[in-house]
Each structure stands twice: as structure tokens, then as C-alpha cells.
Design a protein around this ligand. Structure first.
Ligand SMILES: NC(=O)c1ccc[n+]([C@@H]2O[C@H](COP(=O)([O-])OP(=O)(O)OC[C@H]3O[C@@H](n4cnc5c(N)ncnc54)[C@H](OP(=O)(O)O)[C@@H]3O)[C@@H](O)[C@H]2O)c1
Length: 339
């Protein structure tokens, strides 16, 4: 049984708890909030957290010997300090995406995990989704891969508020913005499969908030040896275009990269210069048996039970590489950074 402490009582903690609760190896042992009332309310609205201890101080929760691991579901600017506090107290950490605000922070967090012999994993659900894994397993059949194109554009209700001057953590200049908030869902799967590109070129749309400038929409071209990738992400418009991996021997299509519900494989057909019938696609995914957040907790506990201290899927090298690309993309667009 892994005894989890949860930091943050917002909607993301509500959502992930539904997934964690489906793994019988997990017990919710504590909840940490900036106020005791909110922690108690959180516990009372989640029967799976019944009996959990209440904390209002991260260091105090991290020091509790009756907790093994901590999930961090708080705004990006807190990830670095909360994670290091927990790791230095000997706790394993599952931290929300983006792992950090920038690559320097991510490297320090990875170093703290290795120094303490603890597991640190970014809670990136996309790559652990079985429907995404189905695509990864099929890549061999479509090689050589020539293109990856991915979209995650979701009009944010908080953008409505932002236009009236009301800030949300997802639009916090220097620590959040569209690339760190939603663009990362298109980027992380790419880097987890193909590694770091040789070059990137990025375009961001900037919005002036009362607290400074932040990116709200953007796109990027990432160049690889023999392949390129394009990503488009937005918090100011929607997109319903699927994500596609194209190879000389076929294509793989994910209906949505964030949470894939359906994955299709289209073997390369005889060239017909566009005149022949459309190639027949085959669904290679089986749907989701569990809540979409279950799979990140399953991976986390599987890694712990195996005795390893790093996920081979959501590895720290991938998290760091993703943050390096985000840093470079934002710098290309002169987006202000807190670092
Ligand atoms: N995986 C996903 O599907 C997904 C979806 C959405 C967001 N996220 C990630 O989850 C994290 C939180 O995002 P969110 O939109 O839920 O943020 P949020 O609503 O602003 O904050 C979440 C919780 O963190 C605590 N908190 C808020 N501001 C804080 C501060 N300044 N210092 C310390 N704690 C603070 C609050 O809990 P208390 O009041 O109890 O302290 C709050 O309810 C982000 O890193 C985001 O990228 C992931």
C-alpha cells in the first residue's frame, strides 16, 4: 500500500483522485491546503480520502513518517520548491505538468530525486494512456517516420475572465501560459518518442495581462534528421484536428493527443496519385477501461514496486528536454520568464 499525501485542493486534485482511487494499492493518507478548512472540505467531498490527515504546511506533511508519496496539484511556480521539500524529506513525488517553470528548475528537481533515491515523475497523462501506447507499439510498422503533427487548442473559460482583467494561474506571466499549459500535451509525447529535435522555430501570440505579458496561442516547427514535427496549441480557440504520425509505410492517428480515446492505423496503400480509394484504417486502440488519471498512478506505483526510481515512459530526461524546448520557444518570442 502506498500512502499518498495530496497538495492542493483545486479541480485537478478532484480529477486525479478519481483515478488514484481505482488503484487498490493506493491510500489517500493526507491532504495539504493553504487553509485547514479547504483540506477538510476536500476530504469530505471525497469518500476515498476519508480519515486523511489535514496539513497546512508542505514541510510538515513531507516530514510525516506515515506518508510514502506526494502528489502535487498546485500552480506551476510552486512545483520546484514543493517537490524539493518533499524529496529531501524522503518522499516520492508525482508532480503535475509542467514539471517546472523552466529547464534549470527541472534539472534541480531531477538532481534532488537522484540525491535522495526517490521517484520523481511528471504527471503527464497523455503518454501513459493505453491508446497512446498502442500507437507507440505500432510505430515500427510505419517507419521511417517523416512527420508528426499535433494539436491541442482549447478555448479557456479563464480567458473570458482574463479579458476582464481577472487573472488565473494558467495565464500567470513568466510561469504559465499556453505553451506550458496546453502546448506541453503536444510536445511531451513527441519528445518521449523521438527525443530532442535538432532545431525549433516557434511563433507565440502574446496577451497583455494586468501582471505582464503571457503567451495564449502558438505553433512550432521542430526539425529532426529525416523528419519534422509541427505543433499548434491555444487557449483562445478550439481545434478538432487529430494528431498524426506519418511514415513512409503508413500513418497513425490519435483523435486527441491530451487524452486519446481512439487510435487508428492506416497502412500505406499503393500510390494512386490521389485517384484510388481512400486507404482503409484500422482501429488499434481498445478504449479506456479506467479513469484517464488512473494510468499515471498505476505507472508511479508500478515503478516503485519494481524497485526502480524513474519511469522509463515519463522519464526525467524527457521532462528536462521538454522544458529546454519550452524555454527556447518562449525566448524566441521574447516571452518574459521569471528566471
Ligand atoms: N493533468 C491535467 O489534466 C491538468 C489539468 C489542469 C491543470 N493541471 C496542472 O495542475 C496544476 C494546477 O492547476 P490549476 O489550474 O488546478 O491551478 P489552481 O486552480 O490555480 O490551483 C490549484 C490548487 O493549488 C492551490 N494553490 C493555488 N494557488 C496557490 C499558490 N499561489 N501557492 C500554493 N498553492 C496554491 C489551491 O489549493 P489550496 O487552496 O488547497 O491551497 C488551488 O486550489 C498546474 O500545474 C496545471 O498545469 C493539470
Amino acid at each position: 500500500m502506498i500512502r499518498f499525501g495530496i497538495i492542493g485542493t483545486g479541480r485537478i486534485s478532484d480529477w486525479v483522485l478519481a483515478g488514484a482511487a481505482q488503484d487498490p494499492r493506493i491510500k489517500i493518507a493526507a491532504v495539504c491546503s493553504r487553509t485547514a478548512d479547504k483540506a477538510s472540505e476536500f476530504i469530505s467531498r471525497h469518500p476515498e480520502a476519508a480519515g486523511a490527515k489535514v496539513f497546512t504546511d508542505v514541510a510538515a506533511m513531507a516530514a510525516d513518517p506515515e506518508i510514502d508519496a506526494i502528489y502535487i496539484g498546485t500552480p506551476n511556480q510552486t512545483h520546484h520548491s514543493y517537490t524539493i521539500t518533499c524529496l529531501d524529506a524522503g518522499k516520492h513525488v508525482l508532480c503535475e505538468k509542467p514539471l517546472a517553470v523552466c529547464a534549470d528548475e527541472a534539472r534541480e528537481m531531477a538532481e534532488a530525486a537522484r540525491r535522495n533515491g526517490c521517484l520523481l515523475m511528471e504527471a503527464m497523462i497523455s503518454t501513459l494512456n493505453p491508446n497512446f501506447r498502442a500507437a507507440v507499439e505500432k510505430i515500427e510498422d510505419i517507419k521511417p517516420v517523416r512527420q508528426y503533427s499535433s494539436y491541442f487548442c482549447q478555448y479557456s473559460s479563464k480567458y473570458e475572465a482574463l479579458k476582464k482583467g481577472i487573472m488565473a494561474s494558467a495565464f500567470q506571466p513568466g510561469t504559465a501560459g499556453a505553451l506550458r499549459d496546453v502546448g506541453i500535451y503536444t510536445l511531451y509525447p513527441l519528445i518521449s518518442i523521438f527525443g530532442k529535435p535538432v532545431a525549433i522555430s516557434s511563433e507565440s501570440m502574446i496577451f497583455k495581462t494586468p501582471e505582464g505579458e503571457v503567451d495564449v496561442h502558438g505553433s512550432m516547427i521542430l526539425r529532426y534528421e529525416g523528419m519534422d514535427a509541427t505543433i499548434t496549441y491555444s487557449k483562445i480557440c478550439d481545434s478538432f484536428i487529430p494528431t498524426e504520425i506519418s511514415g513512409e509505410n503508413g500513418n497513425l492517428i490519435l483523435d486527441a493527443v491530451h487524452i486519446a480515446r481512439k487510435t487508428e492505423y492506416i497502412p500505406h496503400a499503393v500510390p494512386t496519385s490521389g485517384q484510388g480509394p481512400r486507404p482503409v484504417s484500422r482501429v488499434i486502440s481498445e478504449g479506456l477501461e479506467y479513469n484517464e488519471y488512473y494510468y499515471e498512478f498505476k505507472e508511479f506505483v508500478d515503478v516503485l514496486e519494481s524497485g526502480r526510481r524513474e519511469s522509463m515512459i515519463n522519464s526525467l530526461d524527457t521532462s528536462i528536454a521538454v522544458m529546454e524546448i519550452i524555454d527556447e520557444a518562449l525566448a524566441q518570442n521574447k516571452c518574459p520568464s521569471t528566471k
